[in-house]
Design a protein around this ligand. Structure first.
Ligand code: MN
Length: 332
């Protein structure tokens, strides 16, 4: 086996075994981090501390950490921006990163060992060691399997971080990835002491005002196309400035677009205009699974899941929205 997603495949027990022997770790998740990305980093950093392994966390890019996840231990301390320089004998653990591009790892040396832990079906297996399980509801579910396989004790703080990844990636246990295994993991985590009502308040009832004002902007720009099957909206630089919001506040806003009756695909475009011209960062959701939005995103160099994907292009808003409408109209 030299190519494909199974190259260098490892089991949770093998990852746990490797982890015990690490000298130094950089734990990386994806840009524009969500609850799964940050839940993984929080749980993994806490566990490394328990195991006595020096570990730093890193999230590429400059966009803000969504404020609803700042309560997770160690999240405020993760490195941001350009990839940090690595001390000798550092292993990089990637979490929830469908591709190396998304984790912005081009700045890392070629000879560093990469461990790729993820649940995206389109993950190409870019690590020397790959633990990719597309059936896992969240990457934190896989991380839980690693901890269990290694016999590492999962305390309340670790369990809470793992649970945050699971509850957010399953849409509070309501998306199609909400399997019996997802519920079993949730039950196991609750038995480790997770206070689910407290997590709910932290994640879903602590919305900063600028985020709601940003949602109001997105609703103001809402258009329904293709006879109601496609909902599109956008946010521009002014929307962020005038509401006092930062990039992290846009996380999850697309979920409101997908709720509209009859909508099968939702798209939210973040239009950025600056010195380097315009750029459109597109989030896509499929509500009923009739269209694989990851395939759509791949056509423009992006990626993701069948029902949640995204891409970024150097195009203006009207051009990218028309492209989406044409593609979705042809596919449905
Ligand atoms: Mn995920």
């Amino acid at each position: 086996m030299t190519e494909g997603p199974t190259a260098g495949s490892v089991t949770p027990a093998e990852v746990a075994e490797r982890l015990r022997g690490e000298k130094r770790i950089l734990a990386v998740s994806h840009e524009a981090p969500d609850g799964d990305a940050l839940g993984c980093l929080s749980a993994f950093l806490l566990m490394c501390e328990q195991l006595g392994i020096p570990c730093r966390g890193y999230v590429p890019g400059e966009s803000g950490i969504p404020p609803e996840y700042l309560f997770l231990p160690k999240v405020r301390g993760v490195l941001r921006g350009r990839p940090p320089s690595l001390e000798p004998e550092t292993t990089i653990y990637f979490f929830d990163c469908a591709s190396l591009l998304r984790s912005n790892s081009h700045g890392f040396p070629e000879d560093v060992v990469r461990i790729n832990i993820d649940h995206h079906a389109d993950n190409p297996g870019y690590g020397e060691y790959n633990l990719v399980d597309a059936d896992a509801a969240s990457t934190t579910v896989i991380l839980h399997e690693i901890f269990e396989a290694g016999g590492f004790s999962v305390d309340r703080e670790v369990a809470t971080a793992l649970y945050v990844g699971l509850v957010t990636d399953t849409g509070r246990f309501q998306y199609s990835n909400t399997t019996p295994d997802a519920h079993r993991t949730a039950a196991a985590l609750q038995e480790c002491g997770v206070d689910v009502a407290w997590v709910y308040r932290q994640v879903y009832e602590s919305t900063p005002l600028p985020k709601l004002l940003l949602l109001e902007r997105a609703l103001r720009h809402l258009e329904v196309r293709l006879g109601g099957a496609l909902a599109v909206s956008w946010l521009g630089n002014d929307d962020f400035v005038q509401t006092g919001a930062d990039e992290g506040h846009a996380e999850g806003l697309i979920d409101t677009l997908r709720r509209i009756h009859g909508v099968r695909v939702a798209a939210l475009v973040r239009e950025k205009s600056g010195e380097n011209g315009v750029q459109a960062k597109v989030s896509l959701r499929s509500t009923d699974g009739s269209l694989n939005v990851a395939e759509l995103a791949h056509k423009r160099g992006g990626g993701g899941h069948a029902r949640a994907a995204g891409f970024t292009v150097d195009e203006d808003l009207a051009t990218v929205l028309d492209w989406i409408e044409t593609e979705v109209g042809t596919a449905l």
